[in-house]
Design a binder for this molecule. Structure first.
Ligand code: AMP
Ligand code: ZN
Length: 479
């Protein structure tokens, strides 16, 4: 039974989509004022894992990930403060227009996604292209009595929505005292925690004419409007990083349910943060890496993808170069194993226990991922299969049929993992000969020559591994 942890109910619940042929998923996407940092990428790799596993389980998918290119203000994450627009701030800093900034970092984000082997969602709507939908939503909220106009701006009156606080476990009373001095004293608001749906600001560079004023939409509004337009009034799954829970997602619920009078999301799923020195990786703390930084250090984006997969999405993950290196080694080993399956000679000894192990592994893989996407356990089952088959090969207890089936099974798992596809590097005759010469040198106790040949092989990107069936070449891969 497929179960997901739901932030709203704080329980693992059986996943029952509204329509299994089209599971409706909304992911909060990037604010394109800068490169994404790898913490952001953790939340997108999680969204991709969810998508891929649902596909593995034969669900149809409609996944939407927005691009925030307007309305996300510095301070939005804290409470209902209003600071400077992140886009405009970046434009000033870089001496470019906001539109150039948006285009440049959207493109960079799409490149990062591709490198991380993140599948394309069905649509990536941009906030600036959905302004009419947002205005319609604001109008509905005014008509339904949840929003009020004040000095050309429109605010959501949180006291009118009785479920406000349910997702994050906040009560309005606690929020008032908790937010205390952090909240700006805005005379236009009835309650200081009311959040802006529309901001009256003709000075803003990105601005639109509306029935209330010339200005721009609030950040929370765009996700409600786009979810509604692309997926409908009630959707199955909404994801984001844990910092999105409040106020962003709490406010999305208030807007969508206030406008439509229907439940907005069945399952809320949140990724825990990527940490550095046990602190949240974030732009404002300056403790972040981008994917470019990681590549600059010689790591492959797929190693980062694997690192993210190897920790459960609901546990914080502390980023270090050592654990990234370990992730890269693990994928290299798996890839070498896949190539070994194709390269070893057939000894024609069909081994039934390999078939049994494959069945057991498939069962464990699925059982663990069914349990709220427990990838660490699913991976443990895969490693177990790899050691089992490696040993069978060393013992010469296998047939080609066994190995082909093992290969197929791993590549089936890789539809979810997305890290194992690679260009196979052929072990050429020249390489085989070098390996043979090194063996002879060693047998003749000419260790100097043996070491020289080892270094030659290393330069060509190969390392020698001594296995029970004799020395063999392993590729140190860039994939
Ligand atoms: P932003 O571009 O700031 O709107 O953030 C994009 C996504 O990244 C959101 O879903 C955030 O919750 C998520 N996020 C931000 N920082 C981290 C982090 N350190 N670890 C994991 N996810 C994060
Ligand atoms: Zn959002």
């Amino acid at each position: 039974m497929l179960k997901f942890y739901n932030t709203l109910t704080k329980e693992k619940e059986e996943f029952k989509p509204l329509d299994p042929t089209q599971v409706k998923i909304y992911n909060c996407g990037p604010t394109v004022y800068d490169y994404a940092h790898i913490g952001n990428l953790r939340s997108y790799v999680f969204a991709d894992l969810l998508r891929r596993y649902l596909k593995y389980k034969d669900f149809g998918i409609k996944q939407i990930m927005n691009i925030t290119d307007v309305g996300h203000m510095v301070g939005d994450e804290d409470a209902s403060k209003t600071g400077e627009d992140k886009m405009e701030k970046a434009a000033k800093k870089e001496g470019k227009t906001v539109w150039d900034i948006a285009n440049f970092y959207t493109k960079a984000f799409l490149e990062d996604s591709k490198k991380m082997n993140i599948e394309e969602p069905e649509a990536r709507p941009k906030a600036t292209e959905e302004i009419n939908e947002m205005m319609d939503l604001v109008q509905k909220l005014i008509t339904n009595g949840f929003a009020y106009i004040s000095n050309g701006s429109v605010y959501f009156d949180i006291t009118k929505f009785k479920h406000y606080g349910e997702l994050s476990g906040n009560t309005i009373e606690n929020l008032k005292t908790g937010a205390g001095g952090r909240v700006n004293n805005n005379p236009d608001k009835k309650n200081q925690l009311d959040f802006a749906l529309w901001v009256n600001n003709p000075e803003h560079v990105m601005k639109w004419k509306s029935p209330w004023s010339e200005g721009y939409p609030g950040w929370h509004l765009e996700c409600s409007a786009m979810a509604n337009k692309y997926l409908g009034e009630t959707i199955d799954i909404h994801t984001g990083g844990e910092d999105n829970i409040f106020p962003h997602h709490e406010s999305e619920i208030a807007q969508s349910e206030g406008a439509n009078g229907k439940p907005f999301v069945k399952y809320w799923m949140h990724t825990r943060h990527l940490l550095v020195n046990n602190e949240k990786m974030s732009k404002s703390k300056g403790n972040f890496y981008t994917l470019r930084d990681i590549e600059g250090k010689g790591f492959s984006p797929k190693a980062l993808r694997y690192l993210f997969l190897s920790a459960h999405y609901r546990t914080p993950l502390n980023f270090t170069e050592e654990n990234l290196k370990a992730a890269e080694n693990t994928i290299n080993n798996m890839i070498n194993f896949l190539d070994r399956l194709e390269d070893v000679e057939d000894v024609d000894k069909y081994n039934e226990t390999i078939d049994e192990k494959i069945n057991e592994t498939e069962k464990k893989f699925e059982e663990n991922l069914d349990d709220d996407l427990n990838m660490p356990e699913a991976l443990a089952a895969i490693f177990d299969l790899v050691s089992f088959v490696n040993k069978a090969i060393d013992d010469k207890e296998y047939s080609t049929e066994n190995l082909t089936k093992t290969h197929e099974t791993l590549m089936k798992f890789d539809k979810v993992l997305g890290v194992l596809e690679h260009d196979k590097i052929e072990i050429t005759e020249e390489l085989k000969e070098l390996l043979g010469q090194r063996e002879s040198a060693r047998n003749d106790k000419d260790f100097k020559l043996a070491d020289e040949i080892r270094d030659q092989l290393k330069d060509k990107g190969f390392v020698i591994e001594d296995s029970l069936s004799g020395p063999r070449l392993k590729k140190s891969l860039k994939f």
